[in-house]
Design a protein around this ligand. Sequence first.
Ligand SMILES: [Zn+2]
Length: 254
Amino acid sequence: MAWLYRIGLLVLVLAGSGCAVPIISERELQVQSDAEFQKMRNQMVESRDARVRGYVQCVSDAILAEVQQPYASLNWEVVVFDDEAVNAFALPGGQIGVFTGLLKVAENQDQLAAVIGHEVAHVTERHSYEQVNRQVTTQAGVYAGAAVLGGGQTTYDLLSMGAQIGITLPYGRGAESEADVVGLRYMAEAGFDPRASVQLWKNMDAKGGASPPEFLSTHPSSGTRISGLIALLPEALDGFNAARAEGKRPDCRR
Ligand SMILES: [Zn+2]
C-alpha cells in the first residue's frame, strides 16, 4: 500500500513540475554514456597492438558506413580493451568496445562484423533508451516519494541510475532478436558475408562459460538464435550480393 501511495505522489510531483515521461532524453543518455565510457577507459587496459586496433577499426568503419541518420552523425569511437573476456558492447553515445578475448572466437572479419553489427544495432534501435525509461518510470515512484518525504533525490540521481541500468543490465529478448535482424542487415550491406554470423554463434556456443557475453545473455538459446539467423539469410545474401556488386569488399586484416 505504501508503494501505491508513493506512485500517487509521483503523479502529483510530475503534474506539478510539468515533467513528462520519458524522463531521460536520448541526448541525456548519450552524455551519461560518455561519462561511463571514460570511467571504463580509466579502469581498463587498452590494447597497444596497432594491428589489432586497426583491424577492429576497419570492420567498425565498414559497418558504421551503413548506419542511417541521425546515428550516422554520432561521435562514434572504437576502443579495443586488452581483456580475455569474450565480449563487446556499444553505448548510446557511440562508443564501441571490443575485448581482445572476442577476437579468439570471432575468427575472421566477417564474424567480427556480425558482433559489431549486432552491437551497433542496439544503439540505432535505441534499446538502452527504451530500457532506461522503462526502468526509470517504474523506479521514479520510489524516488519521488522519497523527495516528497525529504529524501532529496534529484533528477541527476535518476539520470545516473538510468545510465547505469542501460549500460549494465542485459537487454530483453525482443531487443536481442531485433539487434540480430538489424545487425545482419548492416553487415551484409557493408559487404561482409552474412553466413559468417551462423558460424560465429556456433563458436560462441562452443565457448560457453559461466558468464555469457552481452550478446548471448538473454537469448532463449543459441539454437533458437541460429535458426532465426538462417531464416534471415536469403534476404541478407541479396543485400550482400548487391553490396559486392557496388564494389563494397572490406579487406580488414589483423
Ligand atoms: Zn545484444
